[in-house]
Design a protein around this ligand. Structure first.
Ligand SMILES: [Zn+2]
Ligand SMILES: [Zn+2]
Length: 172
């Protein structure tokens, strides 16, 4: 069979137990006969499980907008259809044999849209705690450097007692 994208030769390519035709060594696209895409997906229900992909030649480029011929049917051209908005994949499908052509990387995009990876919140970096004792110690060091050691103890004024204020307000 001829590759519908780059006209190379399709070769047998296996994903799990499913026998497919892929443009191995060419553009790296894969042809799925009717229901083969579903079979491959069913065999790999875990979104983190990678699916085998054909080797490709990076020098081979394909035109996504070109009219492509069905590799299976003699005179059918492939119909383009958006797989889903989320995937952004435009499928090339044959309305006659119901086969599907996926360009390189499209299988992964489809699988990602079908089985989104569970949302993992990024770990929020913990704010470093303000090390108050160290900060005061540093301030004290700086003070001693500039003013010399403290001569007396600092007399702190006691804040006014809230209860007393409330009482006097009521009496007054
Ligand atoms: Zn190809
Ligand atoms: Zn066909």
């Amino acid at each position: 069979m001829k590759c519908p994208a780059c006209q190379g030769q399709l070769r047998r390519f296996k994903i799990g137990s499913v026998n497919l035709d892929a443009c191995e060594g060419g553009c790296g696209g894969i042809w799925f006969d009717y229901d083969e895409l579903v079979k491959v997906d069913c065999e790999h229900p875990d979104p983190n499980q990678t699916v085998a992909t054909p080797q490709y030649d990076p020098a081979v480029s394909v035109d996504d907008y070109a009219v492509r011929a069905c590799p299976h049917c003699a005179e059918e051209t492939l119909d383009k259809k958006l797989f889903s908005l989320g995937s952004g994949v435009i499928l090339d499908r044959c309305l006659e044999c119901r086969g599907v052509w996926l360009d390189r990387g499209e299988l992964e995009k489809i699988r990602e849209s079908l089985h989104p990876r569970p949302f993992k919140p990024r770990p929020v970096p913990r704010k470093p705690r303000l090390l108050i004792p160290i900060t005061f110690a540093v301030i004290e060091q700086v003070r001693i450097l500039h003013l010399g050691p403290r001569s007396g103890t600092l007399q702190l004024k006691r804040p006014p007692d809230k209860n007393k204020i409330a009482k006097s307000a009521r009496l007054g």
